[in-house]
Design a protein around this ligand. Structure first.
Ligand code: NAP
Length: 341
């Protein structure tokens, strides 16, 4: 790939696409042409490209001519329909949707954990899948524990922000909050439940046979794939909360080898893209507000789970900005790895 690749952002007007533009600028990602793509609805509008308004073009079969790197942030159907056009035009696709996450031909990558899988894509076009945002916020803090002690089982409950469902969901929460504070009644449109001042089961489809929703299933299958460990068991309960931005997760792990609390803390302190915030005296721990805009998953409430055999069970509470760490930042870090910067 050339040192200043031409890039396309598919879904440039969405919550993830806009954050992607901001991160490319913040990290001074070296690029040539930047093509902002979205649906016909947005054609002719502009997005911010390093302080300059960049016209948005309607996505089409020929949008990828001359493009080296294409960030896809426009949903799974769009990725399935257009990623092959981008690859045929010679681009590497970094797909933030779920379309390619289970495809064995496409590596599923968190650069800090399994960035080694990117090496073949430095030499040829193809698709890299970015994991689900809840999986990334889960695995960045757990990976140092997995490396040091092995993780056999994870029980996790999520507290997921409205923005995880996109720009329209963010707007819905803001609008509902104003309506309710004004004495009105919240009318759900994007979600099936009112989002403001509420907590409700994740909006992905429920499997009638297992009772699990799609988000819960993804957290389990993606964890096994990223860790290349089919034996790890994941029991997830995914819940949406009336928070604008930042996913929080309450996690209990069962280790394969015993560890003291001091050893667990030492492993976390040495972890990548995480920061321990565990102020017991001040009652200051990870929150979505503290995580918002940051590049690290905050980790706190580190303590033994005394319902498990001594030294094997630990609890954590983590928060991460899922628009950044859970999507755009991870995608840009993948691009940096591909480029070798
Ligand atoms: N939000 C998160 O926290 C998060 C985290 C990880 C992964 N993701 C994934 O990232 C993707 C984007 O999510 P988002 O939250 O940014 O959604 P969003 O705010 O709803 O944005 C969707 C973007 O896709 C574009 N788009 C929709 N249909 C299109 C089509 N047929 N052709 C071309 N462009 C189309 C939209 O363009 P218009 O403006 O023209 O409609 C918009 O730019 C999804 O796959 C989502 O699952 C999201």
């Amino acid at each position: 790939m050339r040192t200043q690749p031409n890039i396309a952002i598919v879904g440039a007007t969405g919550a993830v696409g806009r954050e992607c533009l901001a991160i490319l600028e913040q990290r001074r990602f070296p690029h040539g042409v930047l093509r902002a793509l979205a649906s016909a609805r947005s054609a002719g509008s502009t997005v911010n490209d390093r302080g300059t308004p960049r016209p948005v073009e309607e996505l089409g079969q020929r949008s990828f001519e001359g493009i080296d790197l294409a960030f896809f942030a426009a949903g799974a159907d769009t990725a399935r329909a257009f990623a092959p056009c981008a690859v045929a035009a010679g681009a590497v696709v970094i797909d933030k949707s779920s379309a390619h996450r289970a495809d064995p031909a496409c590596p599923l990558v968190i650069p800090e954990i399994n960035g080694d899988l990117l090496t073949p894509l430095r030499a040829r076009p193809g698709v890299v899948a970015v994991p689900n945002c809840s999986t990334i916020v889960l695995l960045l803090p757990l990976d140092p524990l997995h490396r040091a002690f092995g993780i056999e089982r994870i029980v996790v409950s999520t507290y997921q922000a409205a923005s995880g469902a996109g720009a329209a969901a963010m707007a819905e929460l803001e609008e509902q909050t104003r309506t309710v504070l004004g004495g009105g009644r919240a009318e759900p449109r994007v979600f099936k439940e009112p989002c403001a001042f509420n907590v409700f089961s994740h909006d992905s489809a429920i499997d009638g046979a297992t009772g699990s929703n799609g988000e819960e299933a993804k957290m389990a299958s993606e964890t096994r794939r990223i860790w290349r460990d089919a034996s790890v068991r994941v029991n997830a309960t995914c819940v949406r909360v009336g928070v604008l931005r930042g996913h929080t997760e309450s996690i209990t792990v069962t280790l394969r080898r015993t560890a003291t609390e001091a050893q667990v803390r030492a492993a976390l302190a040495a972890g990548r893209a995480i920061r321990v915030l565990d102020d017991r005296a001040g009652n200051r721990f990870p929150t979505p507000l503290r995580a918002t805009g940051g590049d690290e998953v905050l980790v706190g409430r580190v303590r033994p789970d005394d319902t498990q055999p001594n030294g094997l069970g630990y609890n954590l509470l983590v928060s991460g900005d899922q628009l950044r760490i859970g999507a755009s930042l991870t995608a840009v870090k993948i691009a940096e790895r591909l480029l070798g910067v």
